[in-house]
Design a protein around this ligand. Sequence first.
Ligand SMILES: [Zn+2]
Length: 497
Amino acid sequence: MEARAPQPHDNIPAEHEQPPVGFVPTPSAAYRRHRKAAKLLDQPGPPQAQPTADVPLPYAFGARVLMWKQDPSVTELGTRKAFLPGIVLAGPRDARIVSGDGIPPVSPNAFGDFVTQPDTPQFDAVHTFAVVRQTLTMYQRALSSAGAAMPLPWQWNSSADTTPLQVFPYGLPNVMNAFYSRSQACLRFGDFVPSGQPDRIYTCRSLDIVSHETGHAVLDGLKPLWLMSDNPPQTGGLHESFGDLTAIFLALSQLDQCEAVIAQTKAKLHDKTFLSDIAEQFGLALGSTTGLRNADNDLTLSQAGTEVHAISQVFTGAVYDILAELFAFERAPALEDDAAVLHRVAAYLRGVVLRALIAAPDNAASYADVANEMLRIVAQDGKPIDYANRIRNAFVLREVLESPVPLTEDHEPSLRLSAKVRDAAGAVQDRRACCGTMNLAEYYKLEHVLDAETQALARWCAEHGRSAAAGADAPAAQSRPGPFDGSLPAPGGKDPA
Ligand SMILES: [Zn+2]
């Protein structure tokens, strides 16, 4: 066939300007010619009504990004184009999230889009920003759709401090971890070469890891006391679990991922999928076959002890069971596509979980506190009693709640159920198997440990005749260092500045 000469309206950039994917689909040249001709023949219509809503900007805004759908190891899913429906400036950055230094700022192309080549620093910066942005937007929507809109401030935000969250995709070189730091107002992601393997793994390329750490940041803005290590083990478990659930909910906020899950599992969510295997690439690098942790598990509270990572899997597993149960209840293949049902059910459930966490006590919250709030919320939302029954049953099977009636009977909506397994009085969190966030020194109140030691020293001195007056006139007192100010070196030995 003979090549057609370029037409003036073929305003499509050359292929090399948009590697490695084709241009976002647009109407064909033939269709646009047809539409142009048809418009010339149209009679002018009546004037259109002026929009009543504010139109803040004279142009449509929002940015397209290219990002990993899951992570580079899940080759079946690969990359995706996504639309971020807000203003995104060079960096990328917006009002709430900014890319930190370490990677030169990425500029949008002529269309305002951030479409770059995978396996480059620019792609990693865009991908990481996009996942954090999508996570924050997802939870803002969850609250707005429940009539409880709020911007979900970061922990340090106030009327005088609107500092955004900084994101460092290459923030922990040669470290096999990632974390959210409140004191540094940032997320940092590590990269490392697994032993015996040739290729470097970047944790920022994992949708699961980035959304997990963003989950910590979102929850810390709502419940600042929960992250401290002197909480009971279950409170720590809620934080770690919320990170994992955030990864699952973010995957299910994307229609194509819902469709992939349905196809892969034949609509049986308890079948093994990439969805319940969180952080595949990271887990594989560590020698696990099921990702960093498996959401589709059968752990109960009495099996988990004080190990926060294990406890977190109990809550994550219960919510995953509830997701599978509510999906099975709502499923109606004769009426609605399964993927659409899964998308809708997951959207509702993530709102219930977030609202229940917000309603739980500000300090030392337990699983039973959150489970009871979930039961209250589905009743308040007027959901069928099957919702409460399935939530109750999932938490009873995990030894979170006790039911006064057999699980085959309906839940009494006004009833608060008692906890089955409680943290022992004074139980101390074991955070060793948790992510980097939970192991940061800043959440351990280390100043108190040092205070106790200095007080013990003072007592010993007093008891052994070294009173304060004895050293008051010593010349060396002039050069004594000041008291410990509580500041700690930045983790990873890096200066956050
Ligand atoms: Zn975590």
